[in-house]
Design a protein around this ligand. Structure first.
Ligand code: FAD
Ligand code: NAD
Length: 457
């Protein structure tokens, strides 16, 4: 005998809890199931703890540069235990906030355990069975561990386990030079570790334009991070000094020895243990749940939101999925996944803020383009702050005058990019920004100047 609910939500990540809030407010009975930590990846092993650690790394880095700013101090030492304790408090507060919110929500019953389908409307959580009129899957993903020879012979770290280490790695070898790899690389270097990044592509964060990859490499190498490109990690082995990573490469050493190894080689969806076959829900060849523009699966009463549907891999895309589902089901508002414009930031220092297409993508689209760039050395605020690394770039459709994409690698880039993003959503020409008066001195105030000096490309 199962307990019946209007809605079952699986996963307390970035979409599930907010949807529970909207559904219960609309008078529906909701069962929310979480098998591990309330708040999911972002709160526990993703954005929140990493950005807390990035903040510590930035403070330490700035302190080391203190003399430049007129500050006299003794030698800077890092209290890694304190760094981790600060991170721990921030993630715990956030996790508890989500948990208390859900457990105190009227008409919401929280189940703690692993949920699996028994049939299209029925799910099992341990010994309990529940059924729902509608079912919303927000099951997220986890670190993908490549099946490399020797991987199980060494104590490797992932983005989850590195959150709980009790020592500062003497030499952290990171496999993967993309979002996760680069954020951890810079923070651990700033904490005092020797760091080597092994990336199989010929450049870092290879989805970006080549000059973005090159500038990021320069920034990281200047801080003493060793970067091995066109180098595929092909095996691991125990070594007297720690862990040896075997590398397939045409130049450089074929083996890198470190004290600790972090795998940052991508993520995979938590869909293999949900019993989706019993519900008849289709997944693609990589395990992502197939959904339509309103996040509905092939089974009409089942929806999938967040990282598990492969339509986005960020906290803001997961939250936006919640908004789309709620708008369609509760507000008679036909919001669609295709309404959104790609946007994200890479939180190295300085950060990379991105919106829309890269130049490579814009060129492939066959449009006539206008491109503007400006180095951060020519942004007054960056000069005043002593943070002049990076550049900004914008790509405009020469015929429609609409902005197609932008990248701001530089101080405040994660914030400044949003003014460009909003104009893109408004579908207004670039001249809307170039005629606006902005605050001095800010990074954003130079966007009109950059737009005023674009060249055909
Ligand atoms: C190191 C790192 C840093 C990141 N930094 C950023 C960042 O700065 N900005 C950004 O936008 N994104 C960032 N991300 C990505 C972001 O964390 C994810 O995109 C986001 O958390 C996905 O949210 P979600 O709701 O889809 O899933 P999740 O947050 O993963 O939540 C899924 C939940 O479902 C639960 N669950 C799974 N299966 C079951 C089951 N069968 N039964 C019950 N419960 C289940 C899980 O325990 C989990 O709590 C980062 C990710 C990592 C790994
Ligand atoms: N700032 C942010 O928003 C942020 C931060 C961290 C993570 N995330 C999310 O987490 C997701 C996963 O990030 P990620 O960096 O793990 O994955 P990714 O898929 O972006 O990058 C994996 C990298 O590992 C490399 N690689 C794979 N196997 C390798 C091998 N054997 N040897 C050498 N290199 C190898 C790939 O070439 C690639 O560059 C991202 O898609 C992102 O959504 C976001």
């Amino acid at each position: 005998m199962s307990t019946h609910f209007d809605a079952i939500i699986i996963g307390a990540g970035q979409a599930g809890p907010s949807l529970a809030g909207r559904l219960t407010e609309a008078g529906k009975s909701v069962a929310l199931v979480e098998r591990k930590l309330f708040g999911g990846t972002c709160v526990n092993t993703g954005c929140t703890p990493t950005k807390a650690m990035v903040a510590s790394a930035y403070a330490i880095h700035t302190a080391r540069r203190g003399a430049e700013y007129g500050m006299t101090t003794g030698p800077i030492s890092v209290d890694f235990a304190r760094v981790m304790a600060r991170k721990e408090k921030i993630r715990l507060d956030s996790r508890t906030g989500v948990e208390n919110w859900l457990k105190g929500m009227n008409n919401c019953t929280v189940f703690e355990g692993h949920a699996q389908f028994e049939s299209p409307r029925e799910m099992r959580i341990g010994g309990e069975r529940i059924s729902g009129e509608q079912i919303f899957l927000n099951v997220g993903g986890r670190a993908a561990v490549p099946d490399l020879p020797g991987i199980n012979d060494v104590p490797y770290l992932t983005n989850s386990s590195i959150m709980d280490i009790d020592h500062l790695p003497q030499h952290l070898v990171i496999v993967g030079g993309s979002y996760i790899g680069l954020e951890f690389a810079q923070m651990f270097r700033r904490f005092g570790s020797e760091v080597t990044v092994i990336e199989k592509s010929p450049r870092l964060i290879a989805r970006e334009d080549p000059e973005v990859s090159d500038a990021i490499r320069e920034i990281l190498e200047k801080e003493g991070i060793h970067i091995r490109l066109a180098a595929e990690c092909i095996h691991f082995a125990k070594h007297a000094d720690g862990i040896a990573a075997g590398v397939d490469c045409t130049s450089g050493e074929p083996e890198i020895v470190g004290s600790d190894a972090l795998l940052a080689t991508g993520r995979k969806p938590n869909t293999d243990d949900l019993g989706l076959d019993k519900a008849g829900v289709k997944i693609d060849e990589r395990g992502y749940i197939e959904v339509d523009e309103c996040l509905r699966t092939n089974v009409p009463h089942i929806f999938a939101m967040g990282d598990c549907n492969g339509r986005g891999v960020f906290t803001h895309t997961s939250y936006n999925d919640f908004e789309i589902v709620a708008a369609n089901l509760l507000d008679n508002d036909p919001r669609r996944v295709s309404d959104r414009i790609q946007t994200y930031a890479l939180y190295i220092d300085p950060p990379l803020g991105r919106a829309g297409m890269t130049e490579t993508e814009a060129r492939k689209s066959g449009r006539k383009l206008l491109i503007g760039t400006r180095p951060m050395t020519r942004v007054a605020r960056a000069v005043e702050k002593g943070e002049t690394e990076g550049f900004m770039k914008v790509i405009v459709d020469a015929d429609t005058e609409e902005i197609l994409g932008a990248a701001i690698l530089g101080t405040g880039g994660d914030e400044a990019i949003q003014s460009i993003l909003d104009i893109m959503y408004a579908k207004k020409p670039y001249t809307t920004i170039s005629r606006a008066m902005h605050i001095h001195p800010t990074v954003t105030e130079l966007i009109p100047t950059m737009l005023g000096a674009m060249s055909p490309a």
